[in-house]
Design a protein around this ligand. Structure first.
Ligand SMILES: [Zn+2]
Ligand SMILES: [Zn+2]
Length: 316
């Protein structure tokens, strides 16, 4: 019998005691790293070419990113939603995707999601990556190699999910400040039910903030692979965390793990799970919700306390 999303996700929680556990070869992190290494080895301009900003090499990066997202998001969408090859197995929410309505550009959630993912999402991603290729070529960012600094090189890769998770929590929490939410973040939250294209469906300004965690590498000696890998969490990672499924069935008993029930609950309830499972901030600040009745109750009490606090606050 397939486990329910709740119990399955609790299995993930249990593994968090060992951070290295999430680097399983059947998990998305390992895949992100392989993609980043592949991109750097076969599909990136050499640093000799990137000493000045030029249309040709920036265009190459843009095309590669566009193709990558189209293959991954488009492929998963076709497999899971168009041809329904996995049925409802491991799906979090049985409601239909895409939703229709005036809230979406073209009146259709899918085409709206594709527009923002390939439009602003890929463009901002290309801008950050191109900036760093120029920065490494001009020593604006300091470049290390695996041969010269193996410990730092590997440590940066292993710690990347925790940095990405921390940055995501902070910027996402700020995005839920009501004026910013109404101006920017509301666009992502029109997606109540999720599918692969929803992950990169953000307001263009939010793409700029969301992907800015790579700017850390202006201050830490690093390699283009680190920047490319970091950006994976915000691009390919956003697709895989919004699939609406908890994994892709490989064999009867084994699946490739993706999806993010934790974040799925954020889309359902809004005021919980701002970060990722790699970081403790939602537990620390009382917004942690894992889908169990106890966590629903905790959130209800938190809402009641917040309402009582704002009722007591003096009127301006
Ligand atoms: Zn949000
Ligand atoms: Zn989301």
């Amino acid at each position: 019998m397939l486990p329910s999303p709740q119990t399955d996700q609790l299995y993930h929680f249990a593994r968090l005691g060992l951070p290295i556990g999430s680097w399983t070869p059947f998990g998305e992190r390992f895949a992100f790293l392989l993609i980043a290494l592949g991109i750097w080895t076969f599909f990136s301009p050499s640093l000799e070419r990137t000493t000045e900003f030029r249309f040709d090499w920036i265009f190459e990066i843009w095309v590669r990113n566009l193709v990558l997202i189209t293959i991954i998001a488009g492929g998963l969408h076709l497999y899971l939603y168009t041809f329904r090859r996995q049925g409802a197995d491991w799906r979090y929410d049985r409601r239909a995707y895409p939703a229709k309505g005036k809230a979406f550009v073209f009146g259709n959630q899918l085409w709206d999601n594709v527009l923002f993912a390939l439009g602003s999402g890929v463009t901002v991603w290309t801008a950050y990556e191109s900036f760093f290729m120029w920065a490494y070529a001009n020593s604006v960012a300091s470049l290390i190699t695996l041969e010269e600094h193996p410990i730092l090189f590997v440590a940066l890769i292993l710690l990347m999910p925790y940095w990405a998770g921390f940055h995501f929590y902070v910027q996402h929490r700020i995005m839920h400040w009501p004026p910013l939410y109404r101006l920017v973040h509301y666009r992502h939250h029109r997606n109540i039910n999720l599918a692969p294209w929803s992950g990169m469906s953000l307001h263009p300004a939010e793409h700029v903030v969301d992907q800015s965690d790579c700017l850390l590498f202006l201050f830490i000696p690093s390699h283009p692979v680190h920047v490319i890998f970091n950006l994976m969490f915000r691009t390919v990672g956003a697709i895989s965390s919004h699939t609406g499924y908890d994994g892709l069935r490989l064999t009867k008993s084994r699946r490739f793990e993706f999806g993010d029930f934790f974040h799925h609950l954020h889309h359902r309830y809004f005021d919980c799970n701002y970060g990722s499972l790699d970081t403790p901030w939602d537990r620390v600040f009382g917004s942690f919700r894992d889908g169990t009745p106890e966590s629903h109750q905790r959130i209800k009490e938190r809402r009641r306390a917040m309402r009582a606090r704002s009722a007591r606050a003096p009127a301006h």
